[in-house]
Design a protein around this ligand. Structure first.
Ligand SMILES: [Zn+2]
Length: 249
């Protein structure tokens, strides 16, 4: 799989990528890579006060602003929160996103996470890596890939825990200490979510949890802040750990 300089981070909702892998994206951007952030849904269930339509507009604008912080492109696949399915219609759309962005590295949710949207997205992305290069599998846009299956990496689950509440181990950790402030700046672009939690919890749980998870992973490698990943190494997917090499350049 040739390095074409393009990276895709695909999350279920606006802010997932900012929580789990934005530090790594910032390092990749600094190393000269072109970053695209895609969300499956616009975060339409992320408000108790605003309608789905109104909060969607706000949250897509927040996601675009966060992407802008690192000069990344952002777009939304317009599925809906809590209503995304692993079906052929949705698979064609995710395949098309992969075809259109044409990345050589993809970052997404792990197969086991706390809620179904994240797990469905993980499956859809793994599938899209495989199908994007199959010309007879119809998409809804983009040209079938000719470069082969991209590298696929899973970032950490929310709270870094599995279904039983046990901490999951990262296969490797990227040291994001130097760029943690910028990661935090990206997350703060999601003001609607931060303010809602602040009002609800009485503390800035939104940015505190980002700090907490990054600190735990940092401690794994003796650094202040880190982000954990696992590489998908199923049949025919590239196996060498190109991500760690790229951020250490
Ligand atoms: Zn999410």
């Amino acid at each position: 799989m040739e390095n074409n300089g393009r990276i895709l981070a695909l999350g279920a909702h606006p802010d997932d990528v900012e929580f789990m892998c934005a530090g790594t994206l910032i390092l990749l951007k600094k190393a000269g890579y072109e970053i695209t952030i895609v969300t499956m849904a616009p975060g339409d269930c992320g408000s108790v006060e605003l309608s789905a339509e109104k909060i969607s507009v706000i949250r897509k604008a927040e996601a675009a602003k966060a992407a802008e912080v690192i000069g990344a492109r952002y777009f939304c696949l317009e599925e809906r929160d809590l209503a995304m399915d692993y079906d052929t219609r949705t698979r064609r759309r995710v395949v098309s996103a992969v075809r259109e962005v044409d990345p050589f590295v993809i970052l997404t949710h792990p197969p086991v996470d706390y809620m179904v949207d994240h797990e469905v997205t993980s499956r859809l992305v793994r599938d899209a890596c495989f199908c994007a290069g199959i010309p007879n599998f119809a998409g809804t846009g983009g040209e079938p890939r000719t470069a082969g299956i991209p590298y696929l990496f899973y970032f950490d689950p929310v709270d870094l825990i599995d279904h039983s509440g046990n901490r999951v181990a990262a296969e490797f950790v990227v040291d994001i200490t130097k760029v943690f402030e910028a990661k935090n700046e990206m997350l703060k672009c999601h003001a609607s979510q931060r303010e809602w939690l602040l009002k609800h919890h009485g503390v800035d749980e939104y940015t505190e949890s980002q700090k907490r998870w990054s600190s735990i992973r940092g401690a794994d490698i003796g650094a202040e802040y880190g982000e954990g990943f696992r590489q998908y190494r199923g049949h025919a997917y590239p196996h060498d750990n190109v991500l760690l090499e790229m951020v250490q350049q």
